[in-house]
Design a protein around this ligand. Structure first.
Ligand code: USQ
Length: 396
């Protein structure tokens, strides 16, 4: 299948390109190079050194014998998207080309406006490009579990049966985002649903949990093929940050009580699920807009830190776990039980071995601990949801 990956230079994008090539797909990608700029703006860098795009493309061609169609450009530029669709003629699109950071969107007004403009306009252009140039294509759109928030009830996959004043209907499950970033994904879901309704587009909207991990065995033997791994407060996810903290003996930063629960999945499972979604598009007679919740297991942050600390102890490290004032406004004590059946029905086989994944990640990171040590001040959170930019202090 000819699959276009907007956001191919990112954490998931670059790994996914390889995973799909390994499965025999023809891969194309676009990227504006924003992720490298944002992380630089945070005063940080990827813990794992990553190659520039030309070197990545050369390594890809050597390894898989296919020339990856690649163009640098911005998804808010309509002429650029049109040109890409005409040249590459995608049969499927896995849209990862958005700003993925809640804290980045909470820095100030400019960042909030930029994130929403970039994410929402880019996705809307993508929907128009499909409508006008590739109406048969299937879009796998990366949304987030954070769209749902943390309601005091089970979370279905996108829709639920509801009864109100004696009438019943199947309606979209309420979305209650907790940051301007998460809210941009809610707007995307609404726009995407409308495009499916009025134009008959086929879309799988993925509600993904928090991804962690450095690699997928067997893919990245060549260093030019390594994907990035961030640890700054905006672009590092909780476990990735904890692992980077552990290898330099910095305290693992639990925000608040650490009782916040989220769905987590290793990078290898994220790729497996995205491939399953794209290879199994909605069939004739099925809903043309469908929602998949995508995560492996639910943990709270204390449990996560405990797992990282225990894997680190197994490698002779001795990390400290510390509670730090929560810079975010989020529920810390809450119910959390989302469904995740759709991907299992398609054959998703969860890895179920977080400890092994953590050992692998910590071993990889130990090689690069010097790179983390040099900019370790970025590990402490400063971006606050109240906008004050006051550095959080330790609570214990
Ligand atoms: N947290 C800590 N310590 C840290 C960093 C985070 O306790 O050092 C806590 C946060 O307060 C939060 C939880 O860990 O309660 C998850 O935070 P995160 O930064 O790992 O994840 P989040 O901001 O929710 O965003 C990440 C990705 C985003 C994706 C989302 C899925 O960056 O792109 O949409 O995970 S979800 O969380 O399910 O919404």
């Amino acid at each position: 299948m000819r699959i276009l990956i907007p956001g191919i230079d990112g954490y998931l994008g670059w790994a996914l390109a390889q995973y799909l090539a390994e499965r025999g797909h023809q891969v194309g990608g676009v990227d504006a190079g924003f992720r490298r700029q944002w992380v630089q703006e945070m005063g940080s860098r990827s813990a794992i050194p990553i190659a520039e795009m030309p070197a990545r493309l050369a390594a890809f061609e050597e390894r898989w014998g296919q020339r990856l169609f690649y163009q640098q450009g911005d998804l808010t530029d309509w002429d650029f998207i049109q040109r890409i669709f005409k040249e590459f003629r995608p049969e499927a699109i896995i849209h990862l080309g958005q700003c993925p950071s809640a804290p980045y969107s909470m820095i100030d007004r400019q960042h909030a406006v930029w994130v929403q403009t970039n994410n929402i306009m880019g996705n809307l252009n993508m929907l128009y490009a499909m409508h006008e140039l590739a109406p048969e294509a299937h879009l796998v759109k990366l949304g987030t579990m954070g769209e749902y928030g943390t309601p005091a009830m089970d979370i279905p996959e996108g829709f639920f049966e509801v009864e109100f004043r004696g009438k019943k209907d199947r309606l979209p499950f309420p979305r209650q985002a907790g940051s301007w970033y998460h809210q941009s994904k809610v707007h995307d879901s609404n726009n995407t649903m409308l495009a499916c309704k009025i134009w008959g587009l086929r879309v799988t909207d993925i509600m993904q949990g928090v991804v962690y991990g450095t690699r997928v065995d067997g893919l990245e033997s060549d260093e030019r093929l390594f994907t990035r791994l961030d640890f700054d407060e905006a672009f590092g996810t909780a476990i990735n940050r904890f692992a980077c903290q552990a290898v330099i003996a910095a305290p693992l930063t639990l925000y608040g009580s650490g009782h916040q629960k989220r769905g987590f999945l290793p990078l290898r499972d994220s790729l497996q699920c995205l491939a399953l979604a794209v290879e199994n598009p909605p069939l004739e007679g099925e809903d043309n807009y469908r929602v998949f919740n995508m995560f492996e297991e639910v943990y709270n942050v204390v449990e996560l830190a405990g797992k990282v600390a225990s894997a680190a102890a197994g490698l002779g490290l001795n990390p400290q776990v510390r509670h730090i004032e929560n810079p975010r406004l989020e529920m810390e004590e809450h119910y959390y039980r989302p469904d995740r059946q759709h991907l299992l029905d398609l054959g998703y086989q969860p890895t179920h071995d977080m400890e092994a994944e953590l050992r692998l990640m910590l071993t990889d990171l130990l090689r690069y601990s010097g790179r983390i040590e040099e900019v370790k001040e970025v590990l402490l959170p400063r971006i606050r949801w109240d906008g004050s930019r006051r550095q959080s202090t330790y609570l214990d």
